[in-house]
Design a protein around this ligand. Structure first.
Ligand code: ZN
Length: 439
């Protein structure tokens, strides 16, 4: 409505301007208008459209005749003629009590539909609302028919007819091409405006246009280019993320974690201490059986660069020997305690070094909500998250993180899956902080 008042004032202003120049003799002061004016004054104002560069809007107003008409002009005469013929057929038939405005509905900047909302009073003074629509190719100046948006071999009548809702069908005696004449198109939907069949219209339902909407994704295979190809929904790229749990296993908390992971169908990576593996062999067997990655986190959590190189080597090798005796294989991933290593340590390590890029410091903040929020706020594809399954709060946080991020489309994978996603085999000297950052 605001727009109309603005336009009205534009109109009045221009009328005053014209009057003061003395060029439009029939309009002078308010009181005299009704007596002197026998037909509406078709003053057409043309303004650029804010929605489309190549389109301008024509306004025709006459308050005395309750006439208000808006319609678009394109840069193509042929298209403009189509619109004007429609608009002027209403103006010529009604001359008063007529309102036409339009909406611009865009598939993109080239394929544009203009949907006209038309209101007038019929001869027996019944208010009629109806809809007309044109779809244009504004690049080539072509009128687009419904059959143009379908592949040539597609019988769109046959395709669309079964989809028409029953309540619309009940107002139609026959469904044919003409029933589908009036349509518009945006990125998501094909909108078809059904007019009630004249033969069964009574004064109650006259002019009630009914909208029949078809999601484009439901008919993509039947659509002609560009409609069937431009915006075909692309497969969402998978967002992978890896949870890692250090310093376990712990007989109290780790089984609870394994239960929750199994329930959620999540595989994780456990960087375990050799001494804890020794004491919790059944848990380690279960982990391995359930598809989690078995990682080495040294024998007793020594800060490796601070101890003798020979001792550091034992810290690295011993967990692998223990694992071999329990599950028949050593670990293929190593995480040094505190993430600390140096060149002389790297020399005896035969597996990739796995660090992390998200650390909620769960050992310090024993608060499941806070830990979970820290992770969820930062999570991105390819992240490696550091947690410790020896704390109940961390286990609880892990479940919260999984439930939230799975909702957002993340898939939880083991570190091995994460770093091999591009088909590359990680090498012994490589250091990973996430899927791609390597030191
Ligand atoms: Zn640790």
């Amino acid at each position: 409505m605001k727009k109309k008042y603005l336009l009205l004032s534009v109109f009045i202003f221009s009328m005053l301007f014209i009057s003061s120049c003395g060029k439009l003799k029939s309009i002078e002061t308010g009181a005299a208008i009704n007596e002197t004016k026998n037909t509406p004054v078709f003053q057409v104002i043309n303004k650029p459209s804010s929605e489309l560069e190549s389109v301008s809007i024509n306004y025709i107003y006459d308050n005395d005749y309750n006439l208000s008409v808006e319609y678009p002009s394109t840069s193509y005469k042929e298209l403009n003629t189509m619109v004007e013929e429609m608009v002027y057929s209403y103006i010529n038939e009604h001359k008063q009590d007529l309102s036409i405005d339009f909406e611009t509905i865009k598939y993109n900047d080239i394929y544009v539909s203009f949907k006209f909302n038309i209101e007038y009073f019929s001869e027996d003074k019944v208010k009629v609302s109806t809809i007309k629509a044109f779809t244009f190719d504004l690049e080539n100046g072509k009128n687009i028919l419904l059959r143009d948006i379908f592949k040539p071999e597609v019988d769109y009548l046959k395709l669309l007819s079964p989809k028409i809702p029953v309540d619309i069908l009940s107002n139609q005696t026959v469904i044919n091409e003409a029933s589908f004449d009036c349509f518009a198109l945006n990125k998501e939907n094909l909108m078809i405006y059904f007019h009630p069949d004249k033969s069964i219209v009574d004064s109650e339902v006259i002019g009630n246009t009914e909208l029949f909407e078809v999601p484009l994704k439901d008919i993509y295979n039947e659509l002609a280019p560009p409609f069937g190809t431009i915006e075909k929904p692309v497969e969402k790229e998978e967002k992978l993320i890896a949870l890692t749990f250090d310093d376990g296993p712990n007989p109290l908390t780790t089984p609870i974690l394994l239960d929750g992971l199994a329930q959620r169908n999540v595989k994780a990576t456990f960087f375990m201490l050799g001494m804890c593996i020794e004491n919790n062999q059944e848990i380690v067997k279960r982990m391995y059986k359930e598809g989690h990655d078995i990682g080495n986190h040294s024998y007793s959590h020594k800060n490796l660069p601070k101890i003798k190189n020979a001792d550091a080597k034992v810290q690295y090798n011993k967990p692998n020997e223990i694992l071999n005796s329990i599950i028949g294989t050593g670990s293929t991933l190593f995480r040094p305690p505190y993430g600390n290593y140096n060149q002389s340590i790297k020399e005896f390590i035969t597996t990739p070094i796995i660090l992390w890029n998200i650390d909620p410091e769960d050992w310090k903040y024993k608060d499941a909500d806070g830990i979970s929020k820290h992770i969820v706020d930062r999570a991105r594809d390819g992240d490696i998250i550091l947690l410790h399954d020896i704390y109940a709060t961390s286990v609880e946080a892990a479940f919260k993180v999984i439930d939230t991020l799975q909702e957002q489309g993340f898939k939880f994978v083991t570190v091995d899956e994460l770093i091999r996603r591009n088909g590359e085999k990680p090498e012994a000297t490589q250091v990973f902080m996430n899927k791609s950052i390597q030191k």
